[in-house]
Design a binder for this molecule. Structure first.
Ligand code: PBG
Length: 308
């Protein structure tokens, strides 16, 4: 009689690969998660599939950063290298890449900056051009799905055109369509070393008080050619996830983000909750609210629990 199912096949595992590492470097604010050396990509691809997890989303940490995030366009950067290794080792693993400049910029913003009337501001259109190039670099390496997380206006259309123009019509776009300016990204910014050095991301990410705007953002990205939409974070926005699910026929993903993950671990470490039960309850609730699949750092443990 159960209305909502949860299987390892519903989960996508986010991973951080660092160009300059020889061994995993644990992320202090995310128990059980590490920055990984590129050399481990093949072994991980096999391991994920063996656990029943069908896909991965990749984040890259380059050796060098600059003002425009140019290392994000390097075909030998950590993400393209890991994509090639993983797709070579396990062709059936679904490999998604996060497309955003924040991991590659010194200032940590999701866009390049320009001088505006009130000081530095993010240059939307210049950023979109870079994102479209980054998407093509990832597609050339073999990525199945491009996931832009920057929230610049017009980037889904630009990425779609760039991919089609280079012959990658069958590479899909998973848009982070509905992404809130959230406190729950805190641990991720350690993990990906991308905390903004000044200001915040409220200029391009959404206001937590807005739900109707989510439907507008989702509809725009759908019109621009997104193949799938994402709502992020998940738990504080389950109502929004439900609305977006009802408002589109596209597949809808939810990102159970770093802060949501670390919060459960912190509470469990202090003996306040049962981590395994809480993990499955959280993931089930995200599915119940309407997510077709979930990006989650809990994927490894959840898959173990679901298979036992
Ligand atoms: C930006 C990006 C972020 C996350 C995924 N892509 C952080 C941000 O917008 O600050 C957050 C994911 C998480 O917290 O797990 N490239």
């Amino acid at each position: 009689m159960r209305e909502t199912t949860l299987t390892p096949g519903d989960l996508i595992y986010p991973m951080f690969f660092h160009a300059g590492l020889d061994a995993p470097r644990p992320i202090g604010s995310m128990p059980g998660v590490s920055q990984l050396p590129v050399g481990q990509a093949r072994a991980w691809a096999k391991d994920l599939l063996a656990r029943g997890i069908p896909g991965v989303i990749l984040f890259g940490l380059p050796e060098k950063k600059d003002a425009c995030g140019t290392t994000g366009l390097d075909p030998d950067g950590p993400v393209p290298r890991v994509v090639r290794e993983m797709k070579d080792a396990v062709p059936e693993l679904l490999v998604m890449t996060d497309v955003c400049v924040d991991e590659y910029t010194e200032h940590g913003h999701c866009g390049v900056l320009k001088d505006g009337p009130r000081g530095k501001e993010v240059d939307n259109d210049a950023t979109v051009e870079i994102l479209a190039k980054m998407a093509v670099v990832h597609a050339r390496a073999g990525a199945d799905i491009i996931a832009p997380s920057d929230m610049m206006d017009g980037r889904v259309g630009a990425i779609r055109r760039a991919l089609d123009g280079e012959g990658f019509a069958d590479v899909s776009v998973l848009s982070y369509a509905v992404k809130y300016a959230s406190a729950f990204y805190g641990p991720f910014r350690d993990a990906a070393d991308c905390a903004p050095k000044f200001g915040d991301r409220a200029g391009y990410q959404m206001d937590p008080g807005n739900a109707r705007e989510a439907l507008r953002e989702a509809a725009l990205d759908e019109e621009e050619g997104a193949d799938m939409l994402m709502v992020k974070p998940a738990l504080p926005y389950l109502d929004v996830l439900r609305d977006v699910r009802k408002g589109t026929t596209l597949p809808v993903a939810a990102y159970n983000v770093s802060g949501e993950y670390s919060m459960l671990h912190a509470a469990a470490e202090r003996g306040m909750i049962d981590l395994d039960r809480a993990t499955l309850e959280v993931l089930t609730s995200i599915r119940r609210a309407g997510a077709d699949f979930i990006l989650t750092y809990h994927a490894l443990r959840a898959a173990e629990l679901l298979q036992s």
